[in-house]
Design a protein around this ligand. Structure first.
Ligand code: PLP
Length: 462
């Protein structure tokens, strides 16, 4: 009997919602059906998804930032095919591998010069777990400081650094010694560090939930304060890294030198999960300080050939296709073009971000009819207005985007860095039309709004 994924996919591609309803997370299927995102995608290339009717969708979500180089990039496919067909030795474990050595070397060419060692793992959250453990071991301190609204993953250690209650609720007790301070608040940071008992301050250079960009003096001062009080400065670049913000690392906008950088997502090329931590030699040499401690932290599948090959191919593509420069150029153009609309649209507060990490924030308008409509949505569910942007963007303009976090009126764009000028025009025109429609009361978009509000009210009542 032959086995074929192609056959399985074509035989069952329309069964997926039923399969998930029966065997996986049913709530996800409910969400997709409620907001009308229940499509049958058949194909994906670059920044585009195609459904069974051949309709093209522009993907501004990129799997939460995984597909920075676009989906199914041929260079990564070729690298993976080679790594699979060459019968290479893989995960020998009592050995060290060629490809992980090469990938470490390539990544370290991009990081600040104080970082000279790499640790590999399998995901973003695992990179944060490693940073927590390494910081505690090196400093002999227990406490970790993180930021409100921060996101570092959902395993127990990284969840203990999660700045949103909805993710933490009911999963405690979490890791002891973790405390939150406001983002972009240097006074709070100095107060938290001044007892000299904090192992690490872990921070996203630009926060993913809400796309919060700090003041220009923030990260340089973070570096100085961490040094002053003997705390390790950990930059979580799982989302912001590898060109996302228009520089290779987001820390490059401020020329800071953290003690560790966590990375994952885009490094995978969109194929093989991978995570990593770049660190100083001192951290590496302190944690792995004796031969009997050579495996004191690690994970069975880390450094597997496929992940390392995908990582090497991804770095090659980023350079060959000038994707960091494209992220800066096209991303900045999108931010400026959307921002310019705030003068004509009362609901639109601002567009912000860096490169292709973009937030479009909405707020309560001044005129009375619009204000009442806004209040109706906010009363039903804080942040609901954004669904009136993302749903028509998807249904009418075939643009896939997301709301930036729970309870906030922020739409977030995290597209592949391969967006073209034509994609940029499509995005700007579509936003212009959809935002204009929200200013028409009554109108079809407000019929959708009322519908969403009544769903939200029913949900609240349980
Ligand atoms: C900044 C940041 N850190 C860590 C993580 C966790 O990564 P993963 O989902 O691969 O565990 C994410 C995921 O979105 C993230 O954005």
């Amino acid at each position: 009997m032959s086995f074929s994924i192609a056959e399985l996919f074509s035989q069952h591609s329309t069964d997926k919602f039923e399969l998930h309803e029966q065997h996986l997370n049913n709530q996800m299927v409910r969400v997709l059906k409620t907001i009308g995102y229940d499509r049958h995608y058949k194909k994906a290339v670059g920044q585009y998804l195609y459904d069974q009717d051949g309709t093209e969708y522009l993907d501004l979500l990129s799997g939460f930032g995984v597909f920075a180089i676009g989906r199914n990039h041929p260079t990564v496919v070729k690298a993976l095919n080679e790594s699979l067909t060459l019968e290479l030795p893989n995960l020998v474990q009592l050995d060290v591998s060629v490809l992980s050595g090469l990938l470490a070397k390539e990544i370290l060419k991009t990081t600040p010069d104080n970082l000279t060692k790499m640790f590999f793992c399998n995901s973003g959250t695992e990179s944060v777990e490693a940073a927590i453990k390494f910081a505690r071991y090196v400093t002999k301190r227990e406490k970790i400081v993180y930021c409100e609204h921060g996101y570092h993953g959902l395993t127990m250690g990284s969840l203990s650094l999660n700045g949103e209650e909805i993710f933490r609720e009911g999963f405690g007790p979490l890791l002891p010694g973790c405390s939150a301070i406001p983002f972009n608040d240097l006074e709070a940071l100095e107060k938290a560090l001044s007892n000299k008992d904090v192992a690490a301050f872990i921070v996203e250079p630009i926060q993913g939930k809400g796309v919060n960009v700090p003041d220009d003096n923030y990260l340089p001062e973070v570096e100085r304060l961490c040094k002053k009080y003997g705390t390790l400065f950990v930059a979580d670049e799982v989302q912001t890294g590898l060109g996302r913000t228009g520089k290779f690392w987001a820390i490059d906008h401020w020329n800071v030198k953290p003690d560790m950088i966590c990375m994952a997502k885009a490094l995978s090329g969109g194929f093989i999960p991978v995570g990593a931590v770049a660190m100083t030699a001192k951290i590496m040499d302190t944690v792995f300080n004796r031969m009997d401690r050579a495996v004191v932290h690690g994970s069975t599948f880390s450094k597997n050939n496929a992940a390392m090959a995908a990582g090497l191919a991804t770095l090659h593509v980023m350079k060959a296709e000038n994707l960091v420069e494209n992220s800066d150029k096209v991303g900045t153009d999108i931010i400026n073009s959307l921002n310019a609309m705030s003068e004509k649209y009362e609901f639109l507060k601002e567009a912000r971000g860096k490169g292709m990490m973009i937030a479009i924030e909405f707020n309560s308008p001044k005129s009375l009819t619009l204000k009442a409509a806004w209040a109706m949505l906010e009363a039903a569910n804080k942040g609901l207005f954004c669904q009136m942007i993302t749903i028509p963007l998807f249904k009418e303009h075939h643009i896939l985007s997301q709301v930036a976090g729970h309870g906030m009126n922020v739409v977030k764009l995290l597209p592949p860095l391969t967006l073209t000028q034509k994609d940029r025009d499509h995005i700007v025109t579509a936003f212009d039309k959809v935002i204009a429609d929200t200013h028409q009361i009554p109108g079809s978009i407000w019929d959708l709004g009322k519908n969403l509000a009544s769903h939200a009210m029913k949900n609240k009542k349980g």
